[in-house]
Design a protein around this ligand. Structure first.
Ligand SMILES: [Mg+2]
Length: 350
């Protein structure tokens, strides 16, 4: 990874997890931590699509503003904050021996998010290329363990970045799953699996994509990405002064589609079907497809960096099986067991 890429990752990982002021309408107890406040904001953001207050959207968008972080972190005891967090979410690198010990006699199954985990976060989502060293590492991992890429991206798009035939790919937040395109040695599972959890939404998503692209084209820096079963509106390159206009345009489109919901990732608004399917469900589906639905002989390991990965971390925690590993430089509310600071560390671990 280049120095420039490192800077980008550092900048982006500065997701607003601290000192985010709640809107006046939120009943927040004084004892809530900045992380609690952020979670409340996010919950409000996700559940109030109909009749949404634009202010709540903006609060959530600002919560992921690096500019805001820089201006508010000076008074925070960041070192102490991270130290206590790392106690509860130790570096996966330092826990490597424990992970190996836990895997004895079990089949490891690897689940890997893409953006911010295998690739650095970059301004242009079409250029989130995977370093060749990372590709070689993932290829090696897949030689030994069933390996799945689980991403919010369109499955075909992420395949064009990863370019490895021996993997499972779960695109559109797990709503579009396909097995390895060539034969692999894991005979126990169903390699040809193809599952689409929201096929009936395809025409609607396409329509919403076109509407959003049209409505937001006057807002410089906006990137609307059709991820097949979901749509991403990237605002990483949009001036903060235009966020109100952007939120209003997105809301005006979403109001016409009650079967779609809005969630937020790192500098991206995501429009998804309201069905109960997410990266956690995709993880469960793939374990079942591999023949490990009710098995104790499996150790799933999931590495991811974003809020959508929390659904998978939560599944592992509830199953009391395997490890969730969060890639983040800053403390975040998470269901992951361990942490890594950046994509380059994910390569070292795997
Ligand atoms: Mg990610």
């Amino acid at each position: 990874m280049t120095n420039q890429q490192n800077v980008v990752v550092l900048d982006v990982i500065s997701c607003g997890v601290r000192n985010v002021l709640p809107p006046p309408s939120l009943p927040v107890a004084k004892s809530l931590s900045p992380q609690d406040i952020k979670m409340l904001l996010m919950k409000k953001f996700e559940t109030e699509k109909g009749g949404t207050k634009i202010n709540a959207w903006l609060d959530s968008m600002r919560a992921s503003s690096p500019t805001r972080i820089r201006s508010t972190t000076a008074s925070l005891p960041e070192t102490d904050d991270r130290s206590s967090w790392i106690v509860h979410h130790p570096s996966a690198l330092s826990m490597f021996e424990q992970i190996v010990a836990a895997s004895r006699g079990k089949q490891i199954v690897m689940f890997l998010d893409y953006d911010g985990t295998l690739s650095p976060i970059v301004e242009d989502p079409d250029r989130a290329f995977m370093p060749k060293e990372m590709r070689a590492t993932v290829k090696d991992v897949a030689r030994y363990f069933p390996t799945a890429i689980v991403t919010g991206r369109c499955r075909d798009k992420v395949y064009s970045f990863v370019k490895l035939a021996g993997l499972y790919y779960a695109g559109s937040h797990g709503m579009d799953i396909k097995g390895p395109s060539k034969s692999c040695k894991y005979k126990k599972g169903n390699q040809g699996v193809l599952f689409q959890a929201a096929s009936e939404f395809l025409p609607m998503i396409d329509e919403v994509y076109r509407a959003l692209a049209e409505k937001t084209k006057s807002i410089p820096g906006t990137r609307v990405e059709n991820n097949k079963f979901c749509v991403s509106v990237h605002f990483r390159c949009v001036d903060e002064k235009s966020w109100v206009a952007l939120a209003e345009q997105v809301r005006s489109v979403l109001n016409e589609y009650p079967k779609l919901k809005l969630t937020q990732g790192r500098k991206v608004l995501e429009i998804r079907p309201t069905i109960k399917w997410d990266k956690g469900r995709a993880l469960e589906f793939l374990l079942e497809a591999l023949g490990y639905a009710n098995s104790n002989d499996v150790l799933p390991v999931y590495i991811g960096d974003d809020r959508s990965d929390e659904d998978a971390f939560k599944v592992l925690r509830e199953r009391r099986q395997g490890f969730g590993i969060l890639v983040s430089k800053l403390p975040k509310e998470t269901n992951a067991s361990y942490s890594l600071q950046e994509p380059a560390e994910a390569r070292l671990l795997t």
